[in-house]
Design a protein around this ligand. Structure first.
Ligand code: AMP
Ligand code: ZN
Length: 457
């Protein structure tokens, strides 16, 4: 085993050594549930999904715990509920269900643990009390703040000095803050806002404390890998580290910190606020989830990936080719995952290299270089590591965009039967006409020894 991961904490690639190989712990910051996930969010979750799959392959599925939280208390949720009149619980339950459906349709694994912020309030309150007792936090005007100057090496992850932070925080510093860099652990609930009773009055937690409390609850004080998108390094992860380390008195919160690069559009980060996003849901109407996920994994996870629909269309053509290898082969022999595919993923998830090995396998198959069935079995095993090529090949080729103006399966089969009858009757002009008619509707026929099969072009 030679897994290497790039660690943001040390800015270098390191050999991965879990604290306990029988319980490898990966935590990824999950969605704030107020709206549809966009494909930029999906990029980050797809990258960590692949990491979870790889860890499960290396250590055994039962020896890896993959946790991804749900942030279900937040200003954006409150605002959304206020705008639409839908109760907060309704917004979060509906959006969580939508998120699950979208990630399922992309083919992501469900996390093993999916903690929700609102069910961990007592743990957050206890952690805040501990931070106050240890003089890292103070209560003021119904708020509780973390006092940044109390932590000598605050800023290590994002490599910012305290002076820079203070200079950066000069905009409208709240009067109750002792230092401009101090951040909120608890804030009072305004009338009509959700709130929980606490030693500081009715209020709600800040965003950062939830991940510190939930990782401690599910993983303990120090765990293996913490991940998220690049935008979370500062302030979110820096503040998680401050809270957890100062509450527990530990040297680190997690041993490896991993961050995925942005999905961009024409060079800009895809985001809700810029309005330059595609939701996962709208793309799933146009493309199979597997093609979207392959497109998202086509670049190395730390590099930016500029989004175009053409990239998904290209991934769809790649998958057509790979499913084409499996088509018509029913019983495949067992095959190991090719060593070069595993080695590529173990090198800090080098997906472009791993995917190029899958291309080589399918090329070897189509150019009849070697034992076709054996190559197909290797391709399937390699793709299985990503969770690809799980679909029945015939079902793959029959996939139709939602709302597409095309023939249904019964009509296609009826036309194929009519063509067969025309050929039997030696009416080749009619048989050709039927084939061309189907082609015009995007249905391609393939005659083989077992009869005629079809696929959507
Ligand atoms: P949010 O719901 O905004 O907190 O985001 C959920 C996850 O998606 C976080 O890990 C973000 O870092 C990540 N994320 C948000 N926008 C992008 C993007 N354009 N590209 C990649 N990851 C993103
Ligand atoms: Zn978090």
């Amino acid at each position: 085993m030679a897994l290497k991961l790039y660690n943001t904490l040390t800015r270098s690639e390191e050999a991965f050594v879990p604290q306990d190989p029988s319980r490898v712990r990966l935590y990824v910051c999950g969605p704030t549930v107020y709206d549809y996930a966009h494909v930029g969010n999906a990029r980050t979750f797809s990258a960590f999904d692949l990491l979870a799959r790889l860890l499960k392959h290396l250590y055994g599925a039962d020896h890896v715990v993959y946790a991804r939280n749900i942030t279900d208390v937040d200003d954006k949720i409150i605002d959304r509920s206020r705008e639409s009149g839908e109760p907060i619980d309704g917004v979060t339950a509906r959006t969580t269900a939508q998120f699950h459906a979208d990630m399922d349709d992309l083919g992501l694994l469900r996390p093993d643990v999916e903690p929700r912020a609102t069910t961990h309030i007592p743990q957050m309150v206890a952690m805040i009390e501990r931070l106050i007792a240890r003089n890292f936090a103070y209560a003021a005007e119904g708020h509780v703040l973390f006092h940044v100057p109390a932590m000598a090496d605050y800023g290590r992850l994002s490599r910012r000095s305290q002076d820079e932070l203070i200079a950066g925080a000069r905009v409208e510093v709240a009067p109750y803050k002792r230092s401009p860099a101090d951040f909120v652990l608890w804030k009072p609930a305004k009338p009509g806002e959700p709130g929980w009773d606490s030693p500081w009055g009715k209020g709600r937690p800040g965003w950062h404390i939830e991940c510190s409390a939930m990782t401690a609850a599910h993983f303990g004080e120090v765990f293996d890998i913490h991940g998220g998108g690049l935008d979370l390094i500062f302030p979110h992860h820096e503040n998680e580290i401050a809270q957890s380390r100062c509450a527990h008195g530990t040297a680190v919160m997690a041993n490896y910190w991993m961050h995925s690069g942005f999905l961009t559009i024409a060079g800009d980060k895809m985001s809700k606020s810029l309005g330059n996003f595609y939701t996962v849901r709208e793309l799933l109407d146009e493309y199979p989830g597997e093609a979207i996920r392959l497109a998202l994994l086509s670049a190395h996870y730390r590099q930016p990936l500029d989004f175009t629909k053409e990239k998904i269309a290209e991934a769809k053509r790649t998958l057509d080719r790979w499913y084409g290898v499996l088509r018509g082969l029913d019983e495949l022999p067992d095959a190991d995952i090719p060593a070069e595919v595993l080695a590529a993923l173990e090198a800090d998830l080098n997906t472009p290299l791993a995917i190029s090995h899958l291309h080589q396998l399918s090329n070897r198959f189509f150019h009849a270089q070697g034992d076709g069935v054996q190559i197909a079995a290797q391709l399937k095993a390699a793709a299985g590591l990503f969770g690809f090529l799980r679909d029945d090949p015939e079902a793959w080729f029959r996939w139709t965009p939602r709302g597409a103006d095309t023939l249904d399966e019964a009509a296609i089969q009826a036309a194929i039967d009519a063509r067969r009858d025309a050929r039997k009757a030696k009416d080749f002009a009619e048989a050709d006409r039927i084939r061309q008619d189907l082609a015009a509707k995007g249905i391609v026929l393939e005659d083989g020894p077992q009869g005629t099969t079809w696929k959507r072009a």
